[in-house]
Write a protein that binds this ligand. Structure first.
Ligand SMILES: Nc1ncnc2c1ncn2[C@@H]1O[C@H](COP(=O)(O)O)[C@@H](OP(=O)(O)O)[C@H]1O
Ligand SMILES: [Mg+2]
Ligand SMILES: [Mg+2]
Ligand SMILES: [Mg+2]
Length: 354
């Protein structure tokens, strides 16, 4: 039984890596057009939304090609409702164009019709939950980073009975070399399309976390393992680039309380989880404004990757994240770090007034 389970997960991990790579190609193409100033009308057919929708269609298409005949359930960020309206038609056709340009160039495939592309996007409408098996997709996490030529990630996870059993992160703008303090506060921004940029992270529960170049084929090969010395002088906080997504004043006070002297690293998207898994910074911290509801697709893939690299991820009270409650996480704060640092972080959070 265990043998069969391992085989299914191996197949799914390979399929997930392939799907994330293909969607990343679509995102890179559109981000480069944005960089060249080839934006289409924002109100009407915004290229950002085109990339989000297009990446979702490509991931679903690719998974269904690789795992043909298997039951398919996915919780994904986007849906095609707006694209099905009269005013969404132009955008739907643009999305179909970009999806076809990627799947016909990089995978041997017949072009899809617009209706087929919209149906692919709507395959992400599952509610997830604690039963059964569900894919969890954020086709572009960090849309603001994507538009701003900074970091973003294609994030694909897999839930089984409410547990994350595998995760893959495509980070097209993340340098393959660690981001150091010398890279500055926002580390490694705006290096779109350069040499040595683009990482694929993948993890399977109980089997470790791996990283490799985003280009190429197959599974990433370099195993990740975090140092847990607990040396606070070497610790760096990592948080959102967007001030709206995180309370920098609170996290600054927590850092001070811990005796952290290094400036924080501020990156968009789950690229932060990848960077944490390889030790660029020891702490991921996120405290959105009260009332903000975290979505499972913003953390699912990243969570298993950092755990398999040796970190602990929890809410502000130390409770593990529960991905089996549907589309939302419903918690206060998210923190991830190697065990000793994580314990010191929870203590500092409990001691610093909100
Ligand atoms: N006010 C808010 N507080 C916290 N997170 C927010 C937010 N508004 C949007 N987000 C989420 O933050 C994600 C980006 O994460 P990060 O802050 O780590 O870059 C967004 O994902 P999308 O870009 O996929 O919509 C979105 O889901
Ligand atoms: Mg997101
Ligand atoms: Mg998104
Ligand atoms: Mg979004």
């Amino acid at each position: 039984m265990q043998q069969i389970q391992a085989t299914v997960l191996d197949q799914e991990l390979a399929a997930a890596c392939k799907a994330v790579r293909l969607a990343s190609v679509l995102c890179q193409q559109i981000q480069q057009q944005l960089q060249a100033g080839e934006k289409v009308d924002k109100e009407d057919n915004s290229p950002v939304t085109i990339a989000d929708y297009g990446a979702q269609a490509v991931v679903v298409w690719s998974l269904q090609q690789s795992l043909a005949g298997q039951p398919f359930s996915m919780v994904a960020e986007e849906d095609a409702a707006d694209l099905r309206s009269e005013s969404g038609r132009i955008m739907a056709d643009r999305i179909t164009e970009v999806v076809n340009s990627v799947i016909t160039a990089h995978a041997p495939a017949q072009p899809l019709t617009t209706d087929q592309v919209l149906d692919l996007i709507d395959q992400g409408a599952s509610e997830g939950g604690s039963e059964g098996r569900h894919w969890v997709l954020d086709p572009i996490d960090g849309t603001r980073g994507f538009v701003g030529q900074r970091q973003y990630a294609v994030c694909l996870g897999r839930l089984q009975q409410g547990q994350v059993v595998l995760g893959v992160l495509g980070c097209p703008n993340l340098p393959q070399q660690p981001i150091t303090e010398a890279d500055g506060l926002e580390g490694a921004a705006a290096k779109v399309g350069s040499e040595g940029i683009g990482c694929l992270f993948a993890a399977q529960r109980g089997q470790g976390a791996f990283v490799g170049p985003l280009t190429g084929e197959g599974l990433p090969q370099q195993r990740l393992g975090l140092d847990d010395s607990g040396d606070m002088s070497a610790v760096r906080f990592m948080e959102s680039y967007e001030a709206k997504h995180n309370d920098f004043s609170f996290t600054g006070r927590v850092a001070k309380r811990m005796g952290v002297t290094q400036a924080p690293l501020r990156l968009d998207s789950q690229a932060k989880y990848g960077a944490l898994a390889r030790g660029d910074a020891a702490i991921y911290i996120r405290f959105p404004r009260a009332g903000y509801r975290e979505k499972i697709w913003d953390h699912c893939a990243g969570a298993v990757i950092v755990q398999e690299a040796g970190a602990i991820i929890s809410d502000a009270a130390g409770t593990p994240l529960d991905f089996g409650k549907g589309r939302y996480l419903d918690l206060v704060g998210i923190v991830a770090a190697p065990p000793k640092v994580h314990a010191a972080l929870l203590k500092a959070i409990s001691e610093v007034p909100a």
